[in-house]
Design a protein around this ligand. Structure first.
Ligand code: C2O
Ligand code: CU
Ligand code: CU
Length: 494
């Protein structure tokens, strides 16, 4: 049977331009479903120990069409784990899949030995325990697989979860804090569904080049769900958990919202926006005012980060669409109605203390690898595909690319070639000095662990956590196909 993606690829090869968005599903298959709210695990009240099992499960993305999926002790995705700053959380992960995996704590500033990168392999049937001592400002982070060469496929299969790290500051500022009511976790992703309702992951060489996009947006594993919210301020914790899609978010009525936090914590003050771009790996937290009682739709625009070549095969999948509908329910008490004027102090890293300066060029058009290149990507044995690299070197588990010193701050300059790449660094929260030679927009002036490099970016990277030869930290593009194809490097910190 010819899947639609294969059909599109075949059409592209024969020169037909297909840019219309169609769906294999009739509208009748998509009744409105309430926004799924993941189970909340409060680590502290659980004795600071959390156990998750990764296994095969069943999830119906489409009503009446259950399909196989993967989750962290959940049918798909995982619980939201609430961590308390200053505590040490003991996590136990059981891998019941037939493939090895790792669990990476994206956004936590913790030693590389426990951060769940590609060196923390949990074999099939294996178990991994790690002690996470977290001491960083309140923020929303997330966890996902990071196995060498297979991250994209495992995340796409359903594995991702949210972390909420708290130190009391949000509650102190009177921010919405009723989980699932006015404080909503939102994992944004996209999938390409087959007729049977199962997500299809079959990236061809062009999908690896462009990143793999699905034509259907999902939030917390559901297609275009509805959130029932109070007629007041509602906090949205956004995680872009998509493999490649940049979400270009705005409300259907054009309403203004306020960004209160970026990847690593609160901004100094809420930033008013009508439109927000969020790249894979990034988090933003918003306050949205529903006091007017009107229904509205969160929408995403066409993903412009598709290279010309990708337009032929993936253009249709880059189309925008509805993300999440909001309906105001007067029966839900609105407890927060006033926007705080100020949030927290974000101390500026001192430029005069820069201990080193490095440059990273993100290579998305490597010569030699190429479309039909003879070098496999990753070590997953998937055969042929394009090779991506940083400074001309595709990722190598055995090679340390950068050696840093604990307690220092470095200036990293990152450049890209044809596409924008969300560049992510493990083991730190950094600050953006400049984007394409200019100061970053206000909502990017707080702590970040992922920066969109459209042409060039300068970031100030504090290095506080230990990373060794055996357990180094990663830096990489968070378009997961690029990461798996080699756009990743390793640093130690001693
Ligand atoms: Cu979210 Cu190294 O990854
Ligand atoms: Cu990470
Ligand atoms: Cu990339």
């Amino acid at each position: 049977m010819l899947t639609r993606r294969r059909f599109l690829a075949a059409s592209a090869l024969s020169g037909a331009a297909i840019l219309t968005k169609t769906s294999v599903f009739a509208e009748a298959d998509r009744p409105e479903i309430p926004l799924p709210i993941p189970q909340l695990i409060d680590a502290k009240s659980n004795g600071n120990s959390v156990s998750l099992a990764i296994g095969r499960a069943t999830h119906a993305y489409l009503k009446g069409r259950p399909v196989k999926s993967f989750g962290y002790s959940a049918p798909v995705l995982g619980p939201v784990i609430r961590l308390t700053r200053g505590e040490t959380i003991n996590v136990t992960i059981e891998n019941k899949m037939s493939r090895p995996t790792t669990v990476h704590w994206h956004g936590l500033v913790i030693p590389a030995a426990v951060d769940g990168g590609p060196h923390n392999t949990i074999g099939s049937g294996g178990r991994w325990t790690a002690s996470l001592h977290v001491d960083q400002p309140e923020t929303t982070a997330w966890f996902h697989p990071h196995p060498h060469g297979e991250t994209a496929e495992q995340v796409y299969s359903g594995l991702a979860g949210m972390l909420i790290l708290e130190d009391g500051s949000g509650e102190g500022m009177g921010l919405p804090h009723r989980y699932g009511i006015d404080d909503l976790p939102l994992v944004l992703q996209d999938r390409f569904f087959g007729e049977d309702g199962a997500p299809i992951y079959q990236p061809g060489p062009m999908d690896v080049m462009a990143g793999y996009r699905g034509d259907t947006i999902i939030v917390n594993g559901a297609i275009e769900p509805v959130a029932h919210v109070p007629a007041g301020l509602v906090r949205l914790r956004l995680v872009n958990g998509a493999n490649a899609r940049f979400f270009d978010l705005q409300f259907s009525d054009g309403r203004t919202f306020h960004v209160i936090a970026s990847d690593g914590g609160y901004l100094t003050a809420p930033v008013a926006l009508r439109r927000l771009l969020i790249a894979p790996g990034e988090r933003y937290e918003l306050l949205v005012d529903f006091a007017d009682g009107r229904e509205t739709m969160l929408e995403t625009g066409f993903d412009q980060n598709v290279p010309m070549m990708g337009m032929m095969s993936g253009g249709a999948a880059a189309a925008g669409g509805n993300v999440l509908k909001f309906q105001v329910d007067p029966a839900i008490a609105a407890t927060v109605t006033a926007l705080p004027k100020k949030l927290i102090e974000v101390p500026l890293l001192d430029r005069s203390k820069i201990a080193g300066r490095r440059q990273f060029l993100l290579n998305d058009m490597m010569m030699g690898g190429g479309m039909m290149g003879g070098r496999g990507f990753g070590s997953g044995g998937r055969g042929f595909g394009p090779v991506m690299a940083i400074n001309g070197q595709p990722f190598d588990m055995e090679r340390i690319d950068v050696t840093t010193k604990r307690g220092t701050v470095e200036l990293w300059e990152i450049g890209s070639q044809t596409m924008a790449h969300p560049f992510h660094v493990h083991g730190t929260q950094f600050q953006i000095l400049s984007l394409n030679g200019r100061a970053p927009p206000q909502h990017m002036q707080g702590w970040k662990d992922t920066v969109v490099v459209a042409r060039e970016a300068q970031i100030l990277v504090p290095l506080s956590q230990p990373g060794s030869r055996d357990h180094p930290f990663m830096f990489h593009c968070h378009i997961l196909e690029h990461e798996d194809a080699g756009m990743m490097g390793q640093y130690v910190c001693t």
